[in-house]
Ligand binder design. Structure first.
Ligand code: ADE
Length: 272
């Protein structure tokens, strides 16, 4: 009897674990290499995660929308806080060949690193283009890193209503727009420290977003746990060079990391 209860408990626990495990899988960014493209899978409804749906605004400051309550179409885009490194090798998008150190800590390439690694393998990007991108990163002057840009605070001279003083903070944002999407550097207040940090976002217009079959996603509300796809191919491979450059401009640390990553990608490409 006891044995049966124990077995039943284990089976129940396993099924709960499987349900929740499978449940959260849609939130993971996945990268798949096809014959002529690197296909990225992104979650459409993980509103608190690294991929958010926003509505375009003329100045480029997008407004977040509720994806399941909004007909997602030409006005909307995905804002992806793309990553490029992880501390261990258990991420689904890790590249073990890209191993480097930052301030004495070992890091492995993932997401952007994997996309570039695969794009070079598929010859969507040449080793020469990677070399030129590295040279360009080396030439960015230290005082031009966006992280060092001034954040201005304007305090209104007249006190606002009921004794409240009004003040406005101006946070710089830099956007490079390409026909396939844009890349943004946004200055944000550091979460666990004093000062500002430069965050890099890849912005993908909804009309460029694909379904699982590789056809454009028709306009419509997001369904629960929907995932969508974006292909890096011969036509938009230069977008990757813009993303690389944005990281190179963001801060001295990002510039150094990306140079190390590109160095490893070149090493691997010339070995094979
Ligand atoms: N480090 C890794 N990915 C980043 C991103 N998207 N923006 C800023 N820092 C990062």
């Amino acid at each position: 009897m006891r044995k049966t209860v124990a077995i039943c408990s284990v089976v129940l626990l396993l099924s709960v674990f499987r349900t929740f495990g499978a449940d959260a899988d849609y939130k993971l960014v996945r990268i798949e290499t096809l014959t002529t493209a690197v296909r990225v899978r992104l979650p459409l409804t993980d509103v608190t995660g690294k991929v958010r749906v926003k509505e375009k605004s003329p100045a480029g400051f997008g407004l977040p929308v509720a994806p399941s309550k909004t007909v997602l179409g030409a006005k909307h885009y995905l804002e992806w806080q793309i990553g490029y490194d992880v501390p261990g090798t258990n991420s689904p998008t890790v590249v073990p060949e890209i191993k480097f150190t930052r301030n004495g800590e070992t890091k492995y390439g993932h997401e952007l690193s994997k996309i570039i690694f695969e794009a070079v393998r598929l010859r969507l990007l040449s080793t020469n283009e990677i070399l030129r991108a590295m040279e360009a990163l080396k030439k960015i002057p230290a005082n031009e890193f966006e992280e060092n840009q001034m954040v201005q605070v304007e305090v209104a001279t007249n006190a606002a209503a009921d004794g409240f003083q009004s003040a406005v903070q101006r946070l710089p944002q830099f956007t490079k727009t390409t026909p396939h999407g844009s890349v943004q550097i946004q200055l944000k207040q550091k979460q666990r420290a004093v000062g500002y940090q430069a965050m890099v976002y890849v912005c993908i217009p909804m009309p460029e977003v694909l379904t699982m079959t590789g056809s454009p996603r028709p306009p419509g509300r997001a369904h629960s746990k929907e995932t969508v796809f974006y292909d890096f191919n011969r036509d938009n491979a230069a977008f990757l060079l813009d993303i690389i450059h944005a990281f190179g401009m963001a801060s001295a640390q990002h510039n150094e990391d990306i140079q190390k990553i590109l160095g490893k990608i070149l090493e691997a490409a010339t070995k094979s």
